[in-house]
Design a protein around this ligand. Structure first.
Ligand code: NAD
Ligand code: TYD
Length: 353
């Protein structure tokens, strides 16, 4: 009953692995390249668990992936591994094409070989679950209805274009070869173990050091915030009950303008870790992101009606849990903010007046 998880040392992948093992759901082979975003400290609590088998490697390494699949004979592959940060894709898109497009293609090829080697029942039961993003649908106006599974693709950043390409490959492997794939497109996640380059953990980490809180442009861009634990539960459900070839949109039912998110974080920190003058005083408007998408929003009606899923956390409860986690895990934050992280902060924020 083994599953292979790719990218299981990153933010969502590590939350998924920890919850999967906590639920007693069976062995996990965790394949991760350990880029700047991968962190074995996220998995420290399962380092002695014989059901967790970590392998450092690249999803684009066809020989390695082929060996892993032949050895462990998994019943499913859950594919999280990706380059995931829009701003990095603007500065240096190459790695996004290599991992998200070429890597997903090589992984699909290896998985196809494995799936074709299974007996009838094994082939029937096998699943390849591809974790993708709502950003493939492009940008909404204030009055547009939320993205549904049939919204046309219109990716705007190198990141979202590379994820869109990977979604198309996954779809094609179902249509052409019959590979039993499932695709989830989710909204912005937040929660424990998120690398502090994304909005929520960056603002918490900066606020705790009394550094400026850099809000891009007018701060009125809207995202639909999804607590990572709710997302992991949705993935488990899609894996067990989703229909092969189908796409499922997963959202937090929590649309918020960025400035409201930053205000909520400041207020939460004011209550838990007061500072003179309050945290809102640290907010600094900075130059906008090029090509910045205005609004994302998910219609998760299919997840609700077909699989009975809806998010358990409200934005307020999820954010409170998240802020507490970052306050309680100052060592984790300090560790990930050393080294390469400093270069990134200088590169992305140094020239944003
Ligand atoms: P992350 O950047 O935190 O983690 C990515 C992980 O993949 C890291 O552990 C990294 O080492 C690993 N990785 C990168 N390249 C690899 C390669 N070539 N081979 C093997 N491992 C590699 O990302 P995340 O936020 O956890 O996102 C996980 C998935 O969810 C991604 O596919 C992302 O596109 C998608 N997603 C994320 C969000 C979000 O808000 N974080 C929203 C929608 C979709
Ligand atoms: P981010 O967490 O990078 O996710 P995504 O771009 O995938 O939605 O950013 C979320 C929103 O916050 C997005 O509209 C950009 C904005 N943002 C800032 O205003 N300042 C920042 O320093 C960062 C990282 C993001």
């Amino acid at each position: 009953m083994t599953i292979v998880v790719t990218g299981g040392a990153g933010f969502i992948g590590s939350n998924f692995v920890l919850e999967w093992l906590a639920a007693g759901a069976g062995p996990v082979v965790n394949l991760d390249k350990l880029t700047y975003a991968g962190n074995l400290a996220n998995l420290a609590s399962v380092s002695g668990d014989p059901r967790h088998h970590f392998v450092r490697g690249d999803i684009a390494d066809a020989a390695l992936v082929g060996r892993l699949l032949a050895k462990h004979r998994p019943r499913a592959v859950v594919h999280f591994a990706a380059e995931s940060h829009v701003d990095r894709s603007i500065h240096a898109p190459d790695a996004f094409i290599q991992t998200n497009v070429v890597g997903t293609f090589r992984l699909l090829e290896a998985v196809r070989g494995h799936w074709q080697s299974l007996d009838g029942a094994g082939r029937e039961a096998f699943r390849f679950l591809h974790v993708s993003t709502d950003e493939v649908y492009g940008s909404l106006s204030e009055t547009d209805p939320p993205f549904s599974e049939t919204t046309a693709y219109a990716p705007n950043s190198p990141y979202s274009a590379s994820k869109a390409a990977s979604d198309h490959l996954v779809r094609a492997y179902h249509h052409t070869y019959g590979l039993p794939v499932l695709t989830t497109n989710c909204s912005n996640n937040y929660g424990p173990f998120q690398f502090p380059e994304k909005l929520v953990p960056l603002m918490i980490a900066n606020a705790l050091e009394a550094k400026p809180l850099p809000v891009y442009g007018d701060g009125r861009q809207v995202r639909d915030w999804l607590y990572v634990g709710d997302h992991c539960e949705a993935i488990r459900l899609v894996l067990e009950k989703g229909r092969p070839g189908e796409v499922y949109n997963v959202g937090g039912n929590a649309e918020k303008p960025n400035l409201d998110v930053v205000h909520a974080l400041c207020d939460s920190l004011d209550a838990l870790r007061p500072r003179e003058g309050g945290h809102r005083g640290l907010i600094a408007r900075v130059a906008d992101r090029p090509g910045h998408d205005r609004r994302y929003a998910i219609d998760a009606g299919k997840m609700r009606s077909e699989l009975g899923w809806s998010p358990r956390e409200s934005f307020e409860s999820g954010l409170a849990r998240t802020v507490r986690w970052y306050l309680d895990n100052a060592d984790w934050v300090a560790q990930v903010r050393s080294g390469e992280y400093r270069n990134w902060i200088e590169k992305n924020y140094g020239k944003r007046a």
